[in-house]
Structures are given as C-alpha cells and as structure tokens.
Design a protein around this ligand. Structure first.
Ligand code: SAJ
Length: 440
C-alpha cells in the first residue's frame, strides 16, 4: 500500500496516534473531540501548568468539562506532556497556537514558527500535519512546507501530508461546538486534502474540503473580516445617527425586521477579542506585499479603533450638559470583558476607555464580575474590580456601561446613578426615556 493509503487506513481505524500542539481554547476542545471519537491523543504544550492540570484530569477551559478530561485520562485515550519528542511517534499532528499581532500591528508569527521548528525535529514519512491557527494566506505553503518537508527530503503529498483547517471555536457558545461546527479543510495537494479530511472526518461531523491551503486560510479571514467590517459599518452609523439626532438602536431594530438580505450587527465601544480585531489585519498585511491596499479593512479598523475615544467624548458631552466636567470626577466603568458574559479581556475596548479617562484626570473605578483584575501592558496601570457595584453606582459622578453583562440590574442602576452613558443599549427603552441616561 502507498504511504497515503496506509496513513488513511491508520486514521480511519483509529490505530493512528495523533498529537495536538497547543492546548488552549482551540486545541483542548479539539483533543477532547478526537479522544472521545476513539483516537489516542497526546496533547503537547510548553506551559507546564496546563500539562499538570490535564494529567490530573482537570480542565482549565470553560468549554471543556473536567469530567471529560478525567474520563479520557482514566481511559488512557489522552495523555499530555511538555516534551515535544513524543512527536517522533505520531502519525498526525494538529497545530493550534496563537497568532496575535505585534505592537507594530504586524502579524506575530513567533508561536507558529516555534511550534513548526519543534515539530520539524521529529518529522518522518507517513505523517499528516494540519495547521489550525488563523493566519495570512500562504503561511502553510511558505512557512510550514519548507521547514517540515523540503528540509527533510520528504515529498509533500507522497511521503507526508500538509493542510490548513481554520479553527471556528466561539468560546462560551454551546449550540455550535468543535464537534458539530462544519470544518473547512484545504491541502497543499489533493492527496493532502484527502488524508487530512479523512483524519478529521473520524471525529468531526462535517468536513468541507477546498482545493488548496490558501483557499482554507482565506475562507477564515473572510469570515472574520466580514464581521469586523460590518461592525465598523454600524459603528459609523451610530456616529451619523447622533449627528442626525436619530436613535441608531431603533434604526437597527427596524432594519433587522427584514427577513432576508440583512444581518444585524450592533454598535459599541470598539472591537475586542483575539479574533475579530486581529485576523483581518493579517490579510491587509499580506496584501501589502502585493502592493494592494485593503481599504475596507483599513477603514473599518480605523472606525472601530476610534470608538473608545468616541465613547469618552460622548460621556464628556453628557456630563458637560449636566454641569459636570471629567477632570476630578468619579467615573465608574461597568463591564470590561471584550463581550458580554465571558471572562476574557483580551483587546477589550474597555482598556482604552479607562486609559483615556485616566489621562483626562478622572478618578476611575471599574466593576466586572468576570474580571477581578486588569493590567494595561503598554500604559502599565493595574486595577482591581470593585466588589459592591450598587454603592459605587450611587457614589459615581457618572457611570459608563462598556460591556453589557446580563447580571447587572440596569433599572436599579438607572434609578441610582447621577448620569449613565450606555455604549451598548443595555438600558434599552428605560434608558431612552430616562433623563439621566444617554446611549451611543
Ligand atoms: N461586537 C460589536 N458588535 C457586534 C458584534 C460584536 O461591537 O454586532 C464586538 C464585540 O463586543 C467584541 C467584538 O466585536 O468586542 C468581537 O465580537 P464577536 O461576537 O465576533 O466575538 P468573538 O471575538 O468571540 O468572535 C468569535 C469568532 N470566532 C472565531 O473567530 C473562531 C467569530 O467568528 C464568531 O462569529 C463569533 O465568535 C460569534 O459568532 O460570536
């Protein structure tokens, strides 16, 4: 049998050994899904704290239960290690490492490069490698292919197989999970697509194969660029509606009654998270090397990045209208997570709002039931969430709602606060009718 057929056989009958490189919010759910499908899975991550927890059968990812990890560990179907040399015994490896931005706004490829360089030490014929980390089109072919195959005299598509399959994990979502979210798969060669699709089909319900790794890389960027640009559109709409003295929330609700040809997005204080504000910039960065300026992405990014400043300017106007000024005033920020009801503060616009308020001389406190501490890595300041929100609401000169967590009692907040600026329409109709509330 050919190397390809032998490998497909080992993956189809699940005798093949698989490894997941990077055990974060993407890698750990993937490892569990493969383990629960009957594969023997080895999780590899340089973070010893993660590995120690997993070996004890404990999960550190909210979307993965400790029970699921414990069961897999106890059944011998899942092991975890910081030792990359285990890769020499693997048939299949999925790379799920972060792809952040540098301070300069350029892609930070360091995690992909270090994972690839480690894996390269243990590459052998008969392996399939799938990259899941969101990245610019061409990464799989231009970065992984040479390091993992060419430099070892292995011929891709014959001796070994390489593909890209974008992660589609939405942390906290329960309806669509790693198991049931359709998975796009694009190989360097058709044989690569065939092997990688056969592997993932053994655990994930629907595989959508595309003709190349670049098509798969680009499909992911389209997904998240679509969101980023449409959020930028409604953010600009909010600015326009304020000039027109029209309620943007009413406008969006009305447009959303259209049952076709429209998708609802809502304005806010800016764009947070580790996906939406970042992924599109990988595409615009790549296009610069083709002397192409991705204007939609640049403009949307400019609008979204400016929203924290816009929120602070609207807060200042509202306070001014009530005879208050920001300098020396007590401002309470409600909600700092990057989106409601989660405990993730990465790239949260709340950090920018707080930084701006501090620079304007306000006395800033924040409350967020999910985020006990924040630290602005560039500006250096640190804060702890206050504990009792309602006394702080009553005591503040102004309250600014940045993240609309469900746990807040917004009607009580409106009754108790001197002035509320609501950047998420968390206060809704009551806020619209209240003299002491202004909304984005
Ligand atoms: N946001 C708005 N207005 C909107 C939607 C979002 O201002 O209408 C803001 C959010 O407050 C947040 C940021 O944009 O700060 C990103 O929000 P998001 O809903 O896109 O949430 P994410 O970052 O968790 O996006 C993830 C993405 N998943 C992956 O990239 C794997 C995205 O593709 C999902 O569509 C999204 O979850 C989701 O559906 O919730």
């Amino acid at each position: 049998m050919s190397t390809k057929d032998t490998l497909i056989q080992r993956l189809s009958d699940k005798t093949g050994k698989i490894a997941i490189l990077g055990l974060g919010y993407v890698g750990l759910p993937l490892a569990v899904v493969f383990g629960q499908a009957g594969f023997h899975v080895t999780g590899v991550d340089p973070d010893k704290r993660k590995i120690d927890a997993l070996i004890k059968g404990e999960s550190y990812i909210p979307d993965v239960s400790t029970e699921a990890v414990t069961n897999l560990v106890n059944s011998g179907m899942f092991t975890a290690t910081t030792d990359f040399s285990v890769l020499k015994d693997m048939d299949a490896v999925s790379i799920c490492v972060p792809t952040p931005l540098r301070k300069t706004g350029d892609p930070d490829m360091s995690f992909i490069l270090s994972a690839t360089d480690e894996l390269a030490k243990y590459m052998h014929a008969g392996m399939v490698v799938v990259l899941e980390s969101t990245t610019y089109p061409g990464t799989t072919r231009e970065v992984l292919l040479p390091k993992l195959g060419d430099e070892h005299g292995l011929k891709v598509g014959e001796d070994w197989f390489l593909a890209f399959s974008p992660e589609r994990v939405d942390p906290g979502r329960e309806d669509f999970t790693t198991l049931n979210t359709p998975k796009v798969m694009g190989g360097i060669t058709p044989a690569c697509s065939e092997v990688a699709s056969a592997w993932y089909a053994g655990a994930i319900q629907h595989i959508h194969s595309v003709s190349s790794a670049e098509a798969a890389e680009m499909s992911k960027l389209l997904e998240n660029t679509f969101r980023m640009i449409n959020i930028g559109l409604v953010n600009e709409l909010a600015i326009m509606c304020e000039r027109l003295n029209v309620d943007v929330w009413e406008v969006i609700e009305a447009a959303a009654t259209k049952p076709f040809g429209f998708m609802k997005f809502t304005p806010g204080p800016g764009l947070g998270g580790h996906c939406i504000p970042i992924d599109p910039l990988y595409l615009s960065w790549k296009m610069k090397s083709f002397n192409y300026n991705a204007r939609f992405i640049e403009l949307a990014s400019e609008i979204n990045t400016n929203m924290p400043r816009y929120v602070v300017s609207r807060l200042m106007e509202g306070m001014n209208d009530r005879g208050q000024h920001i300098k020396g005033s007590k401002i309470l920020v409600l909600g700092v997570a990057y989106k409601p009801d989660i405990d993730d503060v990465r790239e949260s616009p709340a950090m920018d709002v707080i930084g701006l308020l501090k620079r304007k001389g306000a006395i800033v406190e924040y409350h967020d039931p999910y985020i006990p501490h924040i630290h602005h890595e560039y500006e250096g300041w640190k804060m702890d969430s206050i504990q009792d929100v309602m006394p702080a609401v009553a005591d503040a000169d102004a309250v600014v709602i940045v993240t609309n967590h469900k746990v807040y009692d917004y009607s009580a907040i409106i009754k108790s606060a001197r002035f509320v600026f609501d950047s998420r329409n968390a206060t809704g109709k009551l806020g619209k009718e209240s003299e002491n509330v202004e909304r984005l």
